[in-house]
Design a protein around this ligand. Structure first.
Ligand SMILES: [Zn+2]
Length: 213
């Protein structure tokens, strides 16, 4: 199995949040997480599929027992609860964790990216799924039938290609980090994803796009 290296955050160990008190440090940690995941995606997608959401030593945060639940806790919410997960603790420093603050852009108040906007979107009752398989001959046939120019772009493409399959929540994140690496860090769309309670959360950059008519 992949050894933990110094860049990897221990999402099971709440003390790791001591190193991400400043927003710049937090965003730097997310960037390291994404690079670790990207490198494993390239070198060993099979291992990535088992490690990404692993409950013991996963590369992303999953905590179904967190008491905070990003402010969606259905009992008395204790802001300083010691039972908050790593991401609730980290994200709670840059945004008040209240239901009305989800799915709404908010500004970074300090640091290098002061005034840039982020957004947390909720993915209710997310069902995680990652698998690396080679038994999707039909998918390969379908792909080559409708996008036959792919075989020109990549002559190695064949009907026995393996696929990293994942749920939509995870897949959107993986596509985002692939784009980030392909465009050489010129864009970051999704900073991190995590699961707290039953729901998935996506922390993204919120860009304003202006179109000319
Ligand atoms: Zn949490």
């Amino acid at each position: 199995m992949n050894e933990k290296n110094e860049n990897e955050i221990e999402y099971k160990n709440i003390t790791c949040t001591n190193n991400t008190r400043k927003i710049d440090d937090l965003l730097k940690q997310y960037s390291k997480d994404r690079l670790t995941i990207f490198n494993l995606l390239k070198s060993n997608p099979n291992e990535l599929s088992t490690l990404l959401w692993n409950r013991k030593n996963g590369l992303l945060n999953i905590d179904e027992t967190c008491q905070c639940k990003m402010g969606m806790y259905d009992g008395e919410y204790i802001l300083k609860s010691t039972y908050n997960c790593v991401q609730c603790k980290q994200v709670g420093r840059i945004l008040d964790l209240l239901p009305e603050n989800m799915n709404k852009p908010f500004r970074i108040e300090t640091g290098k990216r002061k005034n840039d906007a982020l957004i947390i979107t909720t993915n209710p009752n997310v069902v995680l799924f990652t698998e690396f398989k080679n038994s999707h001959r039909l998918s390969s046939e379908h792909t080559l039938k409708y996008y036959n120019k792919l075989s020109v772009c990549d002559s190695s493409l064949d009907l026995n290609q393996k696929y990293l399959l994942s749920d939509e929540f995870t897949n959107n994140f993986l596509i985002s980090l692939l784009l980030e690496q392909l465009l050489k860090n010129q864009t970051v769309i999704i900073q991190s994803i995590y699961v707290c309670g039953r729901d998935g959360y996506t922390l993204s950059d919120k860009y304003q796009f202006f179109y000319r008519s």
